[in-house]
Design a protein around this ligand. Structure first.
Ligand code: C2E
Ligand code: CA
Ligand code: CA
Length: 830
């Protein structure tokens, strides 16, 4: 564009210069014409003056025939007036003999020959020219003294004067000389509007050539220069316009460039943000496809407008089938969602609906947790967005575990926990003297051989039938529970008379004595029963159960297959316990207790990383007593805290001294968590022994959470603050509500061995353990399986993704030295 502009301005300038030049040329040509005219007119007037003076009778008489000076000079016929009026510097009369007869120079009468003025040659040429012109006046320009002079000559003739006689062959010549002096030249120019006409050197401009007889003479003048005037006005204007145009063009260009650059930057930024948007969309899609949840969007009426790709995989439906359908149709429960959401619309907080039921495409009832959030959708419409997490497995596992916590898996009877709760409820509640209650403790006779001879499956089937017969006997007048193994307990409500109870006992024994069908054959077993009555014998569950147990003991001793009612004198067993309590107190003081250590195998690192301390009582008379034989007593008598202190100190000290970096598990009884001093006792043990707190783990059964949960939580949190870990022992056998998994600060669970034993041959057992593992993982707990006795179990449990394994297959409880030798001496041994 600039080049184009430049080109047009160049053309403009050139045109202007051409026009100016042309104007000047034209003006000069005009001046030359004028000069031609000026010279012609000067010559003309000289010829006229000559004719006037020479063709005249008197002049012929007085100048040619004779020379009469008076006539010529004094009478002023050919005197000074020619100089004064016409500026003729020289006036000559040449006689026929060629000599100068009369001459007036510069207006004065002076004698001088014409040759001195013109030179011989010029005079001759002039007279020759005159003769050719028949003596008529003529004029010529010639150069004299470096200046141009106009010379005119004519014969002196009588003219029309007849009175004068003319001599034809001899002629006098009158000559006028007009010198073109610089002043005269300037005057002549001025008359024709030509300024400063003057002689010039040949290299000057504006030259006018004057042709003379002796060559050419150059004249110059000051040109009018109309082109120059044009340039003086137009050129600055044009330059100004050019500058203005270029400046404007430059500004426009700069502006355009800036805008272009700006738009480049905007385009770049737009591209960047578009790329970022694409990446974030891609990321969202990837996440939406990989997470197990499905994500949805709905309009203001909660009708689905978009459902993520996970939906078909989780629910079995095509997403298309549900688009446009309302969310509440998807759910089975009748939830009035829209009003509930309306409350949240202002705050923008999400609504969370737990465990909503829905039916999968396969017609299974499933559960999901829904999160709904009011959002502003595209086009400014209100709507909802949310996620759905399928929690079916968790819900089923929880239900299963809940069931297991209250019922015996094998027989479907209530377990000890439920029985305890029921008994406690009955005794606390409506119990009066006239509303009695009986507790019958039952132990099967000759059951062990059935197990040994026919196998566990047969044993299980017998137990199953036994339960059914018990229930039939009781006829809904009470509750039968299985305590484990072949021990059962029956609680009979409204046991009005001893006879009634006796009748029941008889019925029970009779039923049990009937044959059981096994593998096409029959087996026979029996039952011993111990009965305690409330409120007659005792009014608290602990005593009642103990008394029933004592009575059962009696019944067994008395030859089995019969029943015995508790009597006060059976108290000898109680006395026995008292004795044992004293002995236990002594045992703690006199160091009869020992610790056995059982290794715990960590699946991920494939080595033993922890040991559990299990207490043993080396009794002087009875030999080694196992914890089951004295811990309940210690709990009842309150000796448990002294015993625990001993175990804690010994376990921590041994671990600190000999067990390298192994973690150490110590079992604490549930009752101890009601003692607010427990955290301090544990801290003291850690401080005195120097064991780092992170190596200590406390194992406690679910039952700890049952009584006084507030205190228990407070105590646990205080212990947790020390850096000690918590494991739930015998998981699955207690009967606390599973909600404690949320509330209490547990780090792991130990699945009870009763779930592990049947793992080999029961797919149901497999399912249960799988559920428990799933549940544990759902709460981010480490999972230990107890009671691993075979390689097969170990293999299965590893497949089920247990974190740790414990049991005889890994290692039995052993003395400290053996543990140290096996796991702490060299790393190869581990
Ligand atoms: P627990 O905490 O569940 O301990 C595991 C019990 O299972 C131990 O019995 C152990 O010998 C046994 N066991 C380990 N592996 C297997 C296996 O593969 N198969 C079989 N059949 N049994 C296995 P133990 O030593 O008789 O302890 C019984 C219970 O006494 C313990 O159960 C624990 O609750 C309690 N206990 C032990 N020491 C203490 C203690 O110092 N204080 C308190 N309060 N209770 C303790
Ligand atoms: Ca334990
Ligand atoms: Ca256990």
């Amino acid at each position: 564009m600039l080049a184009l502009l430049g080109l047009s301005f160049f053309a403009g300038f050139t045109a202007l210069l051409c026009v100016a030049d042309d104007l000047n040329d034209k003006a000069d040509q005009h001046s030359v014409l004028l000069l031609d005219k000026a010279f012609a007119s000067r010559e003309e007037s000289m010829r006229f003056h000559l004719s006037d003076n020479a063709e005249w009778g008197e002049a012929y008489d007085n100048l040619h025939l004779t020379l009469n000076l008076d006539w010529a000079w004094r009478n002023q016929n050919l005197g000074e007036s020619l100089f004064q009026t016409f500026g003729y510097e020289g006036v000559f009369v040449i006689g026929p003999d060629g000599r100068t007869r009369y001459s007036v120079l510069n207006g004065r009468l002076q004698r001088q020959s014409i040759e001195a003025w013109l030179g011989q040659d010029s005079l001759k040429r002039l007279t020759d020219l005159l003769r050719q012109n028949d003596g008529n006046a003529l004029s010529r320009l010639l150069v004299a003294g470096g200046q141009v002079a106009l010379v005119g000559a004519a014969w002196i003739t009588p003219g029309g004067d007849r009175s004068v006689d003319s001599v034809e062959d001899a002629h006098s010549v009158m000559i006028f000389i007009d010198r073109l002096t610089p002043a005269k030249l300037e005057n002549m120019g001025d008359e024709y509007g030509i300024k400063k006409l003057t002689y010039a050197a040949s290299q000057d401009i504006h030259l006018y050539r004057v042709p003379t007889m002796g060559g050419t003479v150059m004249l110059k003048w000051q040109s009018d220069n109309p082109g120059g005037a044009l340039l003086t006005w137009l050129l600055p204007l044009l330059v100004l316009m050019m500058c203005g145009t270029f400046f404007t063009a430059f500004m426009l260009m700069r502006n355009a460039l800036r805008k272009a650059r700006h738009s480049d930057v905007s385009t770049f930024l737009l591209e960047q943000s578009q790329q970022a948007l694409t990446a974030s969309e891609q990321r969202f899609r990837d996440v939406a496809e990989t997470i197990t949840d499905w994500i949805w969007e709905a309009d203001a009426q909660l009708c689905f407008t978009w459902i993520s790709g996970r939906f078909p995989a989780v629910t079995g439906y095509h997403s298309q089938a549900w688009l446009g359908q309302p969310l509440h149709r998807f759910l089975l429960d009748d939830i009035d969602l829209l009003p509930r959401l309306a409350q949240h619309d202002e705050t923008g907080e999400p609504v969370i609906l737990s465990r909503c039921r829905y039916r999968s495409a396969q017609q299974h009832i499933r559960f999901c947790n829904l999160t709904l959030r009011p959002v502003m959708l595209a086009h400014g419409k209100r709507g909802y967005r949310g996620t759905a997490t399928d929690v079916t497995l968790e819900v089923e596992a929880e239900a299963r575990v809940k069931y297991l916590s209250q019922f015996d898996e094998l027989t479907g009877l209530p377990n000890r926990a439920q029985m305890n709760a029921c008994l406690a409820g009955k005794l606390n509640g409506t119990l009066h003297g006239d509303c009695p209650l009986a507790v019958i403790m039952i132990d099967l006779d000759k059951f062990k051989p059935v197990n040994d001879l026919y196998g566990h499956a047969a044993g299980d089937s017998v137990l199953h039938d036994v339960s059914a017969r018990f229930n039939a006997c009781l006829n809904e007048a009470g509750m039968t529970a299985r305590l484990g193994g072949d021990e059962f307990i029956m609680i009979v409500f409204d046991a009005n008379s001893r006879e009634e109870i006796e009748e029941l006992c008889r019925r029970i024994i009779a039923q049990i004595n009937l044959p059981f069908a096994i593998n096409g054959g029959e087996v026979f077993i029996g039952a011993s029963l111990g009965v305690a009555l409330a409120p007659e014998d005792a009014d608290n569950p602990g005593d009642l159960l103990r008394y029933a147990d004592i009575a059962l003991y009696k019944a067994k001793n008395a030859g089995r297959n019969n029943w015995v009612f508790f009597q006060r004198d059976m108290g000898e067993k109680i006395v026995q316990r008292r004795e044992m309590e004293r002995e236990l107190r002594e045992a703690i003081q006199t160091d009869q207790l020992r610790l056995a250590w059982q290794p715990r195998y960590d699946v991920r690192s494939a080595r033993v990383t922890a040991v559990e301390a299990l207490v043993r009582w080396h009794h002087a008379q009875h030999g080694i007593l196992m914890p089951d034989q004295f811990i309940p007593l210690a709990e009842e008598t309150g000796l448990i805290s002294v015993l625990s202190d001993w175990v804690l100190h010994r376990a921590c000290a041994d671990a600190r001294r000999d067990l390298r970096d192994l973690a150490v598990s110590v079992n604490l009884s549930a009752v101890e968590f009601r003692d607010k001093g427990l955290p301090k006792r544990i801290r003291t043990a850690l401080e005195l022994t120097g064991l780092p707190s992170h190596r200590l783990e406390i194992e406690v059964t679910e039952n700890a959470m049952l009584q006084d949960p507030d205190t228990t939580l407070e105590v646990m949190l205080a212990i947790k603050a020390l850096g000690v870990k918590f494991l739930i022992d015998d998981f699955g056998t207690g009967y606390a509500s599973l909600s404690y998994l949320h509330t209490f600060p547990f780090d792991g669970i130990k699945i009870d061995k009763s779930f592990i034993f049947p793992l080999n041959d029961s797919s149901q057992a497999h399912q249960i353990v799988e559920n428990m593992v799933g549940l544990g993982k759902a709460y981010s707990l480490t999972i230990t399986a107890e009671g691993v006795e075979t390689a097969r179990q170990m293999e299965l449990l590893q497949k089920l993704e247990c974190d740790a394994l414990q049991g005889y297959y890994i290692g039995k409880p052993q003395p400290l030295e053996e543990i140290v030798a096996a796991y702490c001496i060299s790393s190869e041994a581990v």
